[in-house]
Ligand binder design. Structure first.
Ligand code: ATP
Length: 698
């Protein structure tokens, strides 16, 4: 039975074809499925670099290029191009199976041969070679093809290697880049292991086994099971994330079973959310028949949950599968549990009232303890550890808190009285915070005979509060595939420093990292990473995350920082920049503007409105606070008001003289916030400031 595979590169080309040509492609592809491939007229080429390449007629003008081994019944559709281009493409490419990784790789053999004389000429003039210090056996051990060794040995500079980037097979090029950057063969191998779908390289590699090689290359090739799947793939040619996963994403999302909770961490845009969605669908599809919602996919805010639900619908349209998955933000889930028990929604205290209560509590201590100190003691010590009473608080450890306060000291007693006053007030009004509701929901679930879900998947895990983790832990029975958590500690923008192990969520031995950014360019990424000033962040598994290996294969323009003398000039500058993007064809909703304060949001929305630029959802330019940008992405991002007085926001910082440790933590969180805003950009990042720039920019 014929088997059809598709190259990822084919899809964007397909999307651009005229509808009539698309239909002709569909018809040709149908023939593979209908076992009538004989009717496809696979044409051989004259002098191809790879004897297995054929072309097929789509129309008089368009041709498909297919890899079709003599043995077997397998066809890999590579591209559809105008006749002459298709022939040139088809004759020049050579496919090989990487001798170490076992992945299918492609090179432009004709272009490489064309380059060789020029490289030989340059090499003739010098004795220095780029890979002098690396021997042939190390190169071979890293998968460099014997046939390519002669050309590799001619390279004299990194620039020449760079010039071959589009011609060499990608894994081999990356191995060479790693070595050229000074890595040892061992270190280069660590980089390459990212290509492995399994933890270990394959034991045997059969150069002729196309199907096995394709299975090992999920980021580039996909096997199409039948006409329905083909139609589904072709219906969303730009959403390649639905079909092609990085080997590490695939390894973790499609592993038949994880023995317990799994943690996947990774920098911004490395496809954590995508991995969650694939895992959810994988788990949903293999559930025994039933009609319950057995899977919870949860995240931080309602907006993010909506976006998850939307993406889930794009990934799978089978209503029976979707019906098994609840997508709820964690507050809403807590709310549902408590409402069901109480017969009504809990009344959540609003932010200004809550802030006033803490200010009053601080006054009650005669100003000896600040409002922010008291609030943090309540949220990050008492509530975080679910301390039941005064005695528990007076004697507890306070991990993660800056200013030391001795156990049973008068300060603790004073803090407890002030905090108890706030809790009494809340009770008097019949109000609660979201975290109190989460704690209550966790307690309610603990009393139930069976937890509500079979699997819980968590996105944006870095910002959840311990009460929310306790709730989620109790929402699912302990065991295989119970919890699947993704998180980026460098994007922590709230004060919740959590150790999963301390909360009974044991991920040891099941921590995974994603390192390739699918969202943004190398230029935007490396620039944004500087915001973090090299400060390590602590992961949910208690390990330090340094973003080692985090990179992007895409390239684009460097971010621009534009100074203005005052905020009026800045507003004009913002309008001009947005217009420039819109005039260049960027859709308004693909432009995101991030600012530090809600006041600034209003100001910029007004400026855009005055300039006649639409700025309301769903189709207008999005203007939001940096906090609200979390988890989202835009083609073009403008971060405005990055001024010395605004970023970091002084209100978000514990004064240094009050608590230097807390001050340092707050400052780091402000850096993370700017990092989050900057890494929302896919193609372009522009920053503006009025007056002196934020210290984070200098
Ligand atoms: N395997 C893939 N192939 C193509 N695109 C991908 C792949 N994985 C993720 N993407 C795309 O990369 C972008 C970022 O993915 P995603 O939102 O999952 O990253 P993230 O790690 O959750 O990001 P953040 O932490 O910044 O919110 C999205 O546009 C997504 O569609």
């Amino acid at each position: 039975m014929p088997r059809l595979y598709i190259d990822k590169e084919f899809l964007p080309g397909y999307a651009k074809l005229e509808k009539t040509v698309q239909r002709a492609v569909d018809k040709a592809l149908d023939m593979f499925g209908q076992h009538t491939h004989a009717g496809l007229h696979l044409e051989k080429l004259r002098n191809p670099k790879d004897q297995r390449i054929r072309t097929i007629r789509i129309t008089d003008f368009w041709r498909g290029v297919v890899l079709a081994p003599e043995q077997g019944d397998e066809y890999l559709l590579l591209t559809v191009l105008p006749h002459d281009k298709a022939n040139a493409f088809a004759t020049s490419k050579k496919f090989t199976v990487n001798q170490v990784l076992g992945v299918l790789e492609v090179r432009d053999q004709t272009a490489l041969e064309g380059f060789e004389p020029a490289l030989a000429q340059v090499a003739g003039a010098t004795a220095d070679r780029l890979f002098d210090r690396v021997n042939d056996s190390d190169l071979t051990r890293l998968g460099v093809d014997k046939e390519l060794l002669p050309i590799v040995r001619l390279l004299t500079s990194e620039d020449h290697l760079l010039a071959l980037s589009a011609l060499l097979p990608e894994p081999q090029y990356n191995a060479l880049v790693a070595l050229a950057s000074g890595m040892s063969a061992e270190e280069a191998w660590q980089e390459l292991s990212a290509y492995l779908v399994d933890a270990e390289p394959p034991e045997t590699i059969d150069q002729d086994d196309l199907a096995a090689a394709i299975e090992r290359t999920p980021d580039r090739y996909v096997s199409v099971s039948g006409p329905e799947e083909l139609a589904d793939i072709l219906a969303h040619p730009f959403a390649v994330w639905r079909v092609f996963l990085h080997p590490r994403q695939r390894r973790v999302a499609y592993r038949p079973s994880h023995r317990g909770p799994v943690l996947v961490s990774g920098g911004a845009g490395t496809g954590k959310t995508v991995t969650v969605l694939h895992r959810a669908v994988f788990l949903a599809k293999r559930l025994p028949p039933g009609d319950g919602k057995d899977i919870l996919v949860t995240t931080f805010t309602r907006g993010l949950a909506e976006s998850l639900a939307e993406q889930l619908r794009l990934l799978v349209d089978d209503e029976a599968v979707l019906a098994r998955i609840d997508v709820l933000n964690v507050d809403r889930f807590a709310n549902q549990v408590v409402s069901a028990a109480e017969g009504g929604h809990p009344d959540i205290v609003d932010q200004p009232t809550y802030t006033r209560l803490w200010q009053a509590a601080s006054r009650a201590t005669g100003g000896a303890l600040s409002a922010s100190f008291l609030q943090s003691e309540w949220e990050q010590v008492i509530l975080a550890q679910a301390l039941p009473d005064r005695d528990a608080y007076l004697g507890c450890d306070r991990p993660g808190r800056g200013r030391p306060v001795r156990t049973h000291s008068p300060t603790r007693q004073q803090a407890w009285s002030a905090i108890a006053g706030v809790l009494d007030e809340l009770r008097r009004f019949g109000q609660r915070t979201h975290w109190q509701v989460a704690e209550q929901a966790a307690e309610l679930l603990a009393k139930r005979s069976a937890p509500p879900y079979r699997h819980v998947l968590v996105d944006e895990g870095q910002d959840l509060h311990p009460t929310q983790w306790r709730l989620l832990r109790r929402a699912v029975a302990r065991g295989a595939d119970d919890m699947f958590i993704v998180s980026d500690p460098n994007q922590r923008i709230y004060a919740n420093q959590v150790s999963l192990a301390r909360l009974g969520i044991e991920v040891r031995g099941r921590s995974n990292r994603l390192t390739v950014s699918y969202r943004t360019t190398h230029e935007i990424l490396s620039w944004s990473v500087r915001m973090l000033a090299g400060l390590p962040a602590q992961g949910l598994d208690d390990a330090e995350d340094t973003l080692a290996g985090y990179h992007s294969p895409m390239h684009g323009r460097r971010p621009v920082v534009q100074p203005f003398p005052d905020r009026y000039a800045e507003q004009e500058g913002i309008v001009t920049k947005v217009r420039e993007w819109l005039d260049a064809g960027v859709e308004p909703h693909a432009v995101g503007i991030a600012v530090r304060t809600t006041a600034k949001v209003k100001e910029i929305r007004a400026a855009l409105r005055d300039a006649g630029i639409p700025n309301t959802a769903p189709s207008g330019v999005r203007v939001n606070t940096m906090h609200k940008m979390k988890g989202l992405e835009y083609r073009c991002v403008l971060v405005a008001g990055v001024d010395a007085g605004t970023v970091p926001a002084s209100a978000a910082l514990t004064p240094r003289d009050e608590d230097p440790v807390a001050h340092g933590q707050d400052l780091h969180r402000e850096r993370c916030l700017l990092f989050v805003a900057c890494t929302r950009a896919r193609d372009a990042l522009h920053l503006t400031h009025a007056g002196p720039p934020s210290p984070f920019l200098t």
